[in-house]
Ligand binder design. Structure first.
Ligand code: SAM
Length: 294
């Protein structure tokens, strides 16, 4: 099948499934195609995974068929499905996504879970999320740590606009701050925090060549990359910020580059942080750090 595919060749869901598979099988594996079809039909006709299996004779409207063909054309150009449909899920919440923000990752859900597990007995706490992007960390924490006051900062207005929409969508009360954490403006932070969390840019330019095309070509480079010779620039600045802005016994949480765990723990040690813990993600990669300062 080609670009000149005639939508009349698709009558029902089964035809659409065959069309999607035929068009994408030379680019994606079966598992990826299955995951795309689940997302596409959930998004377009609100079908669950089970509906897709048992209701294959469902007739599709012309509008739906045209949407499917448009989505498939973009998938063929390696555009991430989340940007194509403009949404994704994170911590069982729905998030709007645009090219101004990174697509939230499963490993970041693990970081959020760690923070939530650590705070089950605490209430009324102040939290700051640095480099909020879509707002996924701040919003997931707001929905799961009751009575918390959450602030979220990003350098880019485009990202903050999406994060604000997501806070509204999820009915989460977040105070957003526009600031550059590398030269932060003290007057924008009126109180101290029990928890500071950040998933800052941490991919070195040298790692670009082994990254997937869909990430390098479509995700915002301002959210991803740091210079090879200053890979911990954000961690250094955020650790200094935390020394000045954490409450006594406050905790700093980071998502980290799997290759830089030792460099980062050395950096935190040298600055006087204590109880530094590195945690692996589900793929057994060093992915998170927690540190305390008093
Ligand atoms: C790796 S993304 C993380 C986004 C989101 N928190 C997540 O976990 O999916 C890093 C974020 O840091 C923001 N950022 C980059 N440079 C910054 C700076 N100098 N000050 C504040 N935020 C910055 C980017 O706009 C981006 O949203």
């Amino acid at each position: 099948m080609s670009n000149s595919y005639n939508i009349n060749q698709i009558k029902n869901l089964n035809d659409a499934l065959i069309y999607i598979k035929t068009e994408l099988k030379s680019i994606y594996n079966n598992h990826e195609i299955q995951s795309f079809t689940n997302i596409i039909f959930q998004h377009l006709i609100n079908f669950s995974k089970i509906d897709i299996i048992i209701k294959t004779d469902t007739e599709l409207t012309n509008h739906t068929k045209i949407q499917i063909i448009k989505i498939v054309e973009q998938l063929k150009k390696h555009k991430p499905i989340q940007y194509i449909i403009g949404e994704t899920e994170f911590y069982e919440l729905k998030f709007r996504i645009s090219p101004e923000v990174l697509i939230p990752r499963p490993e970041t859900e693990e970081l959020v879970k760690w923070i939530i597990d650590d705070t089950v007995t605490k209430q009324n706490i102040d939290i700051l999320d640095i480099g909020t992007g879509s707002g996924c960390i701040a919003i997931a924490l707001a929905k799961n740590i009751l009575n918390s006051r959450i602030n979220a900062v990003d350098k880019y207005e485009g990202a903050l606009a999406i994060a604000k929409k997501n806070a509204q969508l999820n009915n989460a009360n977040i105070s957003f701050i526009n600031d550059d954490i590398l030269s932060y403006n003290k007057t924008k932070y009126s109180n101290k925090f029990d928890i500071i969390v950040s998933n800052p840019p941490y991919v070195r330019e040298l790692e670009k060549k082994v990254m997937d095309k869909n990430v390098v070509d479509y995700e915002p480079h301002t959210a991803l990359f740091v210079a090879d010779n200053n890979a911990l620039i954000f961690y250094d600045a955020i650790a200094d910020f935390a020394i000045d802005n954490l409450k006594t016994n406050g905790k700093l949480y980071f998502e980290i580059n799997e290759y830089l765990a030792k460099n980062l723990t050395d950096l935190l040690n040298n600055k006087g942080f204590e109880n530094i813990i590195v945690k692996k993600d589900i793929n057994d990669k060093n992915r998170m750090v927690r540190a305390e300062f008093d």
